[in-house]
Design a protein around this ligand. Sequence first.
Ligand SMILES: Cc1cc2nc3c(=O)[nH]c(=O)nc-3n(C[C@H](O)[C@H](O)[C@H](O)COP(=O)(O)OP(=O)(O)OC[C@H]3O[C@@H](n4cnc5c(N)ncnc54)[C@H](O)[C@@H]3O)c2cc1C
Length: 472
Amino acid sequence: MKYNPVTEEILAELREIVGDKNVMTDEEKIEAYSHDEIPAEQYAHMPEVVLTPNTAEEIAAVMKLANRELIPVTPSGARSGLSGGAIPEHGGIVISVENMDEVVEIDYDNLMMVLEPGVITNNVNEMLEESGLFFAGYPMSVETCYLGGNIAENAGGGKAVKYGVTGRYVMGLEVVTPTGEIVQLGGKRVKDVTGYDLKQLIVGSEGTLGIVTKAIIKLLPKPTQRVGLLALFKDEATAISTVPKIMTEGRIIPTSIEFMDKLSVKTSCEYLNEHLPYQEAGAMLLIEVDGNKEDIVNADSETIGELCLDNDAIEVYVADNHTTRERIWSVRRNIAEAFKVVSPHQSLEDIVVPTANIPKLMPYLDDISEKYEIKVPCYGHAGDGNLHATLVKNPDHSMEEWFEIEEEALADLYQATKELGGTLSGEHGIGSKRKKYMEMMMSPAELNLMRGIKKAFDPNNIMNPGKIFDLE
Ligand SMILES: Cc1cc2nc3c(=O)[nH]c(=O)nc-3n(C[C@H](O)[C@H](O)[C@H](O)COP(=O)(O)OP(=O)(O)OC[C@H]3O[C@@H](n4cnc5c(N)ncnc54)[C@H](O)[C@@H]3O)c2cc1C
């Protein structure tokens, strides 16, 4: 597809639509919109112009212009993404929703909230603190990411094992389509089977089918009791094999079951200057249970603790107050950041397998580590089979060698994942980073259905082109 450049005449029209101060062309300012949180530079790409509109109507007018002139448009949130989704691969216009950060309504009677897409996800639960309600579908990058980005990625997080991911909480969306229509999808209705569920099609579509300009999200009563457990195991296999047993033998669905291997815990602890007793352990599970009855929550956490010990845990620590829970969670939350500091050349992966198959995945990671002489630390949301195996460059390898190794090791990792009934990404999405592996995972028939949907929404292929799959 050949796109047209953003000329001075087009810039003048854009200034008319969104206002002078919401048009950025200065290279130093727009550089920040050329990348997300993937550390690898090869995915970065400069936009020609960045717009920060204030309304859906402005975005709709920009989309009409972009269609007329065949200019690519990339929606951008907080750019905390880990798949290159918000990177303008073909240049053109970036539409950042950073100015659209209003809380439109908190509807206590219907347990719903209406928000603009630029609201920082962390602020949602802070605003609800006094109400006894909470938004359960958020990721672990809450402090930086926006709600719109979470919806576009169908983000999941530490609590997905019990509460599910963002999509479960999206009741309604206002969306500007690639052709510049403003549509209202879904609404404050708990049930709705009126036609195709276009709202859920937008969820997880990575900004390729439209720009979310408003969202109605479902809230839940916030549990009053929480207990965290930190279980230390001698090795990864023993820790991971305990995960399915918590649900099958313990008959408990915890709020979270996070897995961290030794290298991940060590790297994060050193980064935070935290002194957890990780030296003794080859792997750790961070398990949390919540509910409204203290005795039930305590009984569940005791059952899980005993089950861990029966499965050869070296030690189980209980964190039943906010400060200790935060200490442990902070180690888990900061692993990705810590690795970036230690090693800028790495590929943070997001594979997902059926939970019962997690133990079978670990030997494959050891094989990859041995075959390519690289470190493959692994951590993640073990309770839902979603693991962040990370390929880390060996300092002895040249960059050329690393690029080759990365590509081959990723192919091996995805092949192993596929053999275990898994897939490429559980929460970070495909974007530009994982696009070339889609054919390995999906049949031609599936890919063609997706291409047909893309063409129906975006006949000129101007909205976030080059992401997820190629049209040809
Ligand atoms: C330290 C760290 C921890 C993380 N932890 C998690 C985690 O636990 N779970 C998880 O799921 N992810 C996690 N992520 C990844 C990332 O934070 C999520 O993918 C998040 O949802 C991205 O939101 P964002 O606002 O930064 O979106 P961006 O990165 O800006 O964009 C992501 C995608 O959404 C599209 N988009 C953005 N806004 C809109 C909109 N309004 N309408 C349509 N499309 C839009 C973009 O085009 C792009 O394709 C983590 C990232 C980091 C750096």
